[in-house]
Ligand binder design. Structure first.
Ligand code: NDP
Length: 478
């Protein structure tokens, strides 16, 4: 046995992680169901470092030092279970199976339980940064037992992205925590992209600014509060001209956004936890609406716009920037709040400062903002909501007048801004002394005897709506 770690599943992510490990001085055993992929990797990149070529899973497992570290990088879902099933009889107590794909956290919880009963460690690892990150340094979010992290952590930290020299990799918590955090990262990535899209649409359809000109605006925005990878690449995409037609690239791309599922999972988890992740949800819904192209074609011709002519002043551009920033803060606040709720539900002691620190480099949502978020959650200082941290309360307060102007203008112009608008509704809902939920409770009590609490005392009550409307103390059935 000579290899310190093995990678099975050598499609783009697995191959690049294997190369990253080899470049960092580790001996890496390679395996793929279809042998040709292993040989292709060796032919093209065998010089990256020390690789051990294997053909069968038996050979692969035998080539590994103990405790064995097996990184599984196959397609998420059933293939992960299939590979685990084949690995188990070949492994011995204390060995570690690592799933670095985008697995659903519930699957990871289940797999960890099954494998720990067999004496094996199972580590679900969230990896962000796409192909490029996998090769040059991703953001890494490992779950699993602390014991397994002692053996695995140093390797993962070594291959991870670095922010000011600090690795963007740290133990998150047990079982599915790493994949949960990665899932929320992806959910935030959805809303980050959606708010950028809304800003682009407002600047284009509201202020009449063409993509090439917008590229300059985004480049400028990238030097301030909004500094981030996604704003940087927005400038690149908007500035790109289609070779074939000479048109702006964005004008030749079909406007139907796809998804692979992590955004949807975040929203499902949010619904199950009772966590109002409206920014992420609206982003997933916006992709769904964009894909209903047939209905959109009918609606464009048949549904009345009822819009108004609005004079869009020059200051609108900066208003949009502020609305983008405020909406983005809300999505982060919602995503982090969801992590708190998930921690309670699944028994994870999630450290939000640590999680924010892992997202500062390597991953798709990397942004200056994350360093500030990390500081906002410094130990002993954890706000109940990101927006309550003094720096963010002030930042969003400064942006809110512009944000309101933008949402109002968008409504009058008929430009859809689902995340700008719903984030403002969340902000206002959070701020509200009294919400109409009191009326909802009244209605629920009338039609379903669902009971209510009173603002002036303890207890649970029901009004005898069908009788003399007397209020009676209700027996708590919960
Ligand atoms: P794919 O998701 O396309 O999976 C292909 C790999 O899975 C191949 O090696 C294939 O083997 C193997 N495979 C599929 N089914 C089986 C099976 N039943 N038994 C054994 N092997 C099987 O690869 P990617 O590299 O794109 O992604 C890997 C993981 O990383 C996924 O979970 C994906 O969601 C995630 N990912 C993460 C990204 C990120 O930014 N973090 C970006 C992209 C992906 P064969 O060659 O024999 O077909």
């Amino acid at each position: 046995a000579t290899a310190q770690i093995g990678v099975t599943g050598l499609a783009v992510m697995g191959a690049n992680l294997a190369r990253n490990l080899a470049r960092n001085g580790y001996t890496v055993a390679l395996h793929n169901r279809t042998q040709a992929k292993t040989d292709d990797l060796l032919a093209k990149h065998g010089d990256d470092g020390d690789f051990v070529r294997t053909e069968t899973l038996e050979e692969f497992v035998q080539s590994l030092e103990r405790p064995r570290r097996v990184l599984v990088m196959v397609k998420a879902g059933a293939p992960v279970d299939a590979v685990i099933e084949q690995l188990v009889p070949l492994l011995e107590e204390g060995d570690i199976i690592i799933d670095g794909g985008n697995s659903l956290y519930l699957d990871t919880i289940r797999r960890e339980k099954d494998l720990s009963a067999k004496g094996l460690h199972f580590v679900g690892v969230g990896v962000s940064g796409g192909e490029e990150g996998a090769l040059n340094g991703p953001s890494i979010m490992p779950g699993g037992s602390k014991e397994s992290y002692e053996s695995l952590g140093p390797m993962l930290e070594k291959i991870s992205a670095k922010y000011d020299g600090e690795p963007c990799c740290a133990w998150i918590e047990t079982d599915g925590a790493g994949h949960f955090v990665k899932m929320v990262h992806n959910g935030i990535e959805y809303s980050d992209m959606q708010v950028i899209g809304e800003a682009y649409d407002l600047l284009r359809s509201g202020a009449g600014i063409e993509p090439a000109e917008q590229a300059k605006i985004f480049t400028e925005w990238n030097t301030g509060q909004l500094n981030s990878f996604l704003i940087e690449i927005t400038a690149e995409v908007l500035g790109h001209t289609d070779e074939k037609t000479g048109k702006p690239f964005v004008d030749v791309v079909v406007d139907a956004a796809g998804q692979k599922g992590t955004g949807r999972w975040t929203v499902i988890a949010g619904l199950e936890l009772g966590s109002p992740v409206s920014g992420i949800a609206e982003s997933v819904f916006a992709r769904g609406l964009s894909s209903q192209r047939d209905q959109r074609a009918v609606a464009e011709k048949t549904l009345v716009a009822g819009t108004e002519d609005v004079d869009v002043p020059e200051s609108f551009v900066d208003d949009v920037r502020q609305a983008l920033y405020a909406s983005k803060l809300v999505s982060y606040a919602q995503g982090l709040d969801m992590l708190n709720l998930a921690g309670k539900q699944y028994g994870w002691d999630l450290k939000l400062d640590r999680i924010a620190s892992l997202w500062r480099a390597g991953c798709i949502i990397r942004a200056e903002l994350l360093d500030d978020i990390m500081k906002a959650y410094a130990p002993g200082n954890e706000p109940a909501n990101l927006l309550f941290a003094p720096a963010f309360a002030k930042a969003i307060g400064d942006a809110v007048p512009a944000w309101r102007r933008v949402v109002a203008t968008a409504a009058r112009l008929g430009i859809p801004t689902p995340v700008f608008s719903s984030s403002l509704a969340y902000y206002d809902g959070l701020r509200r002394d009294r919400l109409p939920a009191a009326l909802t409770q009244g209605l629920r009590d009338l039609f379903g005897a669902h009971t209510y609490n009173r603002i002036d005392g303890e207890g649970t009550f029901h009004t005898l709506w069908g009788e003399d409307r007397r209020e009676v103390e209700a027996v708590d059935t919960h």
